[in-house]
Design a protein around this ligand. Structure first.
Ligand SMILES: [Zn+2]
Length: 272
């Protein structure tokens, strides 16, 4: 018997290009996972917070066999990994995905003020944890994910984390960017993050802009116009060329640019 999808928690948006966004707007992370069905299989990019059953949503939207690929290993993208059998990811974030997240480290994300909607009924903040999951296959720059009629190329886009990847459908000019690109606070100060690599990534993605028709980011407003990447690139160059941080708090430097900001370690110039 199919489980009833929780449309009170998940906000599903299907776009004319066949990309299905599965958002969780009731939590401050406002994370999106993405589902794209081809003729042979469906690609699920990320599994969200894990607070409600994303697999029920996926099965409601497509009857194809599902391949789940993580854009990276941060907790807001791997929460429901355990519900899927086929899981791929970049080697750079494997340790994080395998480790999962214990309940103690989830507390900031489970506090009442983290929610702007009622919590899903099955979520118990006292016990919730993200189980570690094994990865069936690692993928890297240049690998192709063929769904049957639609092909996505993997771009290694590190900076936010070492194992961050984006997905480029060249035929349609679609970029599903993961956390490399989004409006709001962008950051590379966590373990595995690197401001230097982030700079290379936005430079590289900015060069792709003439080939893009649309960008799907994993947080906040979406989809985004491709020119947004150029703004990110230009902002990063300003930082590189000496723009002063707007704030430095507890060893992290924050640079404000209106609709987005960057947060790096104070020692970001020494990043690998
Ligand atoms: Zn994220």
């Amino acid at each position: 018997m199919a489980i009833q999808p929780d449309f009170d928690w998940f906000e599903v948006r299907e776009f004319s290009d066949g990309i299905i966004g599965i958002g969780e707007p009731g939590h401050f992370e406002d994370v999106k996972s993405f589902l794209i069905a081809g003729d042979d299989q469906a690609l699920l990019i990320d599994t969200g917070m894990g607070y409600a059953n994303i697999r029920a949503i996926v099965e409601h939207c497509s009857d194809k066999p599902v391949l789940m690929v993580n854009s990276h290993g941060h907790l807001d993208h791997i929460g429901d990994n355990w519900r899927f059998e086929r899981r791929w990811a970049h080697p750079g974030d494997l340790d994080r995905i395998r480790a999962g997240v214990p309940n103690e480290r989830m507390q900031h994300f489970l506090a009442p003020e983290a929610f702007s909607r009622p919590m899903p009924p099955e979520l118990d903040p006292k016990t919730f944890q993200i189980p570690g999951t094994d990865i069936e296959r690692t993928i890297d720059e240049g690998d192709e994910i063929d769904l049957g009629g639609r092909v996505f190329r993997v771009l290694h886009t590190p900076g936010h984390s070492a194992g961050s990847i984006s997905f480029f459908e060249e035929d349609a000019g679609i970029l599903i960017a993961g956390d490399a690109i989004y409006e709001g606070p962008l950051f590379a100060h966590h373990e595995g993050g690197s401001a230097k690599q982030y700079r290379s990534t936005v430079q590289r993605l900015a060069q792709l802009v003439p080939q893009l028709s649309v960008v799907y980011p994993s947080h906040n407003r979406y989809p985004l116009e491709p020119s947004f990447i150029v703004h990110l690139r230009d902002a990063m160059e300003q930082i590189w060329n000496g723009r002063e941080a707007d704030t430095i708090v507890d060893g992290t430097a924050r640079f404000e640019f209106g609709e987005f900001s960057f947060t790096f370690r104070e020692s970001w110039r020494d990043d690998p």
